[in-house]
Design a protein around this ligand. Structure first.
Ligand SMILES: *Cc1c(COP(=O)(O)O)cnc(C)c1O
Length: 368
């Protein structure tokens, strides 16, 4: 990897392969692996990541919205794509690009059957989502009979999978809650399958579910964050490699005198002579304003430089008083060692949020 000359997000595809293989090693041979590539593959670049995983023989993809699936199809993804959170206004587009919707309510089921009929579909694959405690999206167990009734009345759609989502799979203090979710899912699928002449794919686990609840792998598991190198647990993190490195450069160095202020609203006042570096990355690139005023930091020549003053739209300023550095030097925002997880903790956030926040104006560079 070369020295950065501007703000870039480097993606290490070999690390992605490593994470893929580690996750696979946790599964039985028959268990399918679905890669969650929503939100630009958690900021990494959905097309490149999906095509790479398709080559590694991943089984399935999921995105949140229909237009994300359309981009993958246009890029050459041919594997099945589950759309986790589709809206009826995009159903015709979903069918045109052969994207498989999650059906999470009666309203969505009704609309999708209409769209499938209008598009003269037969056995169009859909995924029925059950709410087992997250209370976000999904049918309740009590709705099973009415779903089945609607399914039996049409040939336009066919259930490809039944699934649910865990609320706290990373939190071992919530073991009993999670086990209840798993039992609730088992009870639903038992009822459901009895009424069908075929067995759909069953799935419930996300990355932490894969690691903590092997008994709940069913036929398929869904991994997002694990593929990108984070496991929501230091023990699991040891085995994973963060695939994204966010780098920038020093645009200018200033020496400000005791009593002078820096940045918008004069939020920082120098209590002694202070050397500062201005970097071309700001809140419009994904560095939240929360990181300002000493909370967040970057790494310059292996040393920690705190962000001082308010985060601007296109810039941050960092304190480099004790760091030997020059204009043009490379700066690490996060990498495999100084992880996105650690940086996000300084503002009580999580790797997911920081990774997906890296905006589309930051150039992505892929390494094999
Ligand atoms: C985002 C998402 C996932 C992926 O979760 P990770 O914790 O990133 O592995 C899995 N399933 C559903 C329904 C999701 O929305």
């Amino acid at each position: 990897m070369s020295k950065a000359q501007e703000t870039i997000l480097e993606i290490d595809l070999k690390a992605l392969k490593h994470n893929f293989e580690f996750i696979k090693s946790k599964l039985n041979n028959e268990t399918k692996l679905l890669a969650v590539v929503k939100a630009f593959a958690y900021g990494s670049g959905a097309e490149e990541v999906a095509l790479y995983l398709q080559n590694l023989k991943i089984d399935y993809f999921a995105v949140a919205y229909v237009y994300e699936g359309v981009s993958l199809r246009k890029a050459g993804v041919t594997l099945p794509i589950l759309v986790l959170h589709p809206q009826p206004s995009n159903f015709n587009l979903a069918i045109e690009y052969h994207l498989e919707p999650s059906i999470y309510s009666t309203r969505i089921l009704d609309y999708f059957i209409i769209a499938a009929k209008e598009n003269k579909q037969n056995n169009y694959p859909v995924h029925i989502k059950f709410n087992t405690g997250l209370n976000r999206l999904g049918f309740l167990e009590t709705e099973t009979a009415s779903i089945l009734k609607q399914l039996k009345a049409t040939h336009a759609i066919k259930v490809k999978s039944l699934f649910s989502h865990l609320a706290a799979s990373e939190d071992l203090n919530e073991r009993s809650f999670t086990k209840n979710q798993i039992d609730a899912f088992k009870s639903i699928i038992k009822k459901f399958i009895k009424q069908l002449e075929y067995t759909p794919i069953l799935h419930q686990c996300n990355t932490s579910g894969i690691m903590n609840y092997p008994e709940a792998h069913f036929d398929m598991v869904r991994s997002g964050i694990g593929l990108y190198g984070f496991g929501n647990n230091p023990e699991i993190d040891k085995h994973l490699k963060p695939i994204a490195t966010l780098k920038t450069v020093i645009s200018q160095i200033h020496t400000i005198k005791k009593g002078e202020t820096l940045g918008y609203n004069r939020a920082f006042t120098a209590i002694k002579e202070t050397k500062t570096a201005t970097l071309p990355i700001g809140h419009a690139d994904g560095i939240s304003r929360q990181f300002g005023n000493g909370k967040g930091y970057v790494i310059i020549n292996s040393k920690t430089a705190p962000i001082i003053g308010n985060v601007c739209m296109d810039m941050i300023m960092v304190d480099v008083t004790l760091i030997k550095c020059n204009e043009g030097d490379e700066v690490i925002v996060f990498d495999k060692e100084h992880t996105a997880e650690n940086l996000s903790e300084t503002i009580r956030s999580i790797s997911y949020e920081l990774l997906t926040a890296v905006s589309q104006r930051v150039k992505r560079v892929f390494y094999r």
